[in-house]
Design a protein around this ligand. Structure first.
Ligand code: ADP
Length: 181
């Protein structure tokens, strides 16, 4: 694990399984229907005991229709150590000319704003869009880390960080953070 002091807060990068983290909120790389799926979404659904989370997600979707890329919604954390789950939808990578950068940045910033609204002070993110959505990881890491930095500087939360699944991803994100923070 590595961390950086940003404003009066802290940005951390660690390797592991985000479902095990004891923070106020973990972020889910969800899809627009909040329907669950593979990757980190599947892991979170399994770890919560699926049924209750699914019900909460369906309630949100019946209220708002769908969650557009870049936006965020919140549910309870149910059986997780984290108190809440913030669901956000990253962009699908289409080559970089379809507004992907802005949407990815929004996914992080809107999650941090929603955290602030719910008095969440510690929050952990997975590498949104870096799995099946195909975002180039180095570019995604720069966008994500600068968004977290911005949120910490604005005092939206006290601690925000990334949880990377696997050593290769962890090393790349940590090296990127050393370069740009
Ligand atoms: P997306 O659809 O946004 O690309 P994915 O779930 O496919 O989302 O992948 C996002 C990232 O989450 C990938 O880098 C993947 O390795 C990672 N990931 C998968 N499972 C976990 C987990 N349990 N904890 C943290 N990260 C995870």
């Amino acid at each position: 694990m590595k961390d950086w002091k940003i404003g009066s807060g802290r940005l951390f990068i660690r390797q592991g399984d985000i479902t095990t983290l004891e923070v106020d909120a973990i972020v889910n790389a969800a899809n627009s229907r909040l329907a669950g799926g593979g990757g980190v979404d599947g892991a979170i659904h399994r770890a919560t005991g699926a049924a209750k989370l699914q019900e909460a997600c369906q309630k949100i979707i019946s209220d708002i229709g769908s969650l557009p890329p870049g936006e965020a919604a919140i549910t309870d954390g149910f059986n997780l150590p984290a108190k809440y789950i913030i669901h956000t939808v990253g962009p699908i990578w289409h080559g970089g000319t379809n507004g992907e950068l802005k949407l990815l940045k929004n996914a992080y910033l809107n999650s941090l704003k929603l955290a602030r609204k719910n008095n969440i002070t510690t929050i952990a993110f997975p590498a949104i869009s870096c799995g099946v959505y195909g975002y180039p990881v180095k570019e995604a890491a720069c966008i994500a880390l600068l968004a977290l930095k911005k949120g910490l500087e604005a005092g939206l939360v006290e601690e925000a960080g990334m949880v990377l699944h696997g050593e290769t991803a962890y090393k790349l994100w940590a090296a990127t953070a050393e370069e740009i923070l």
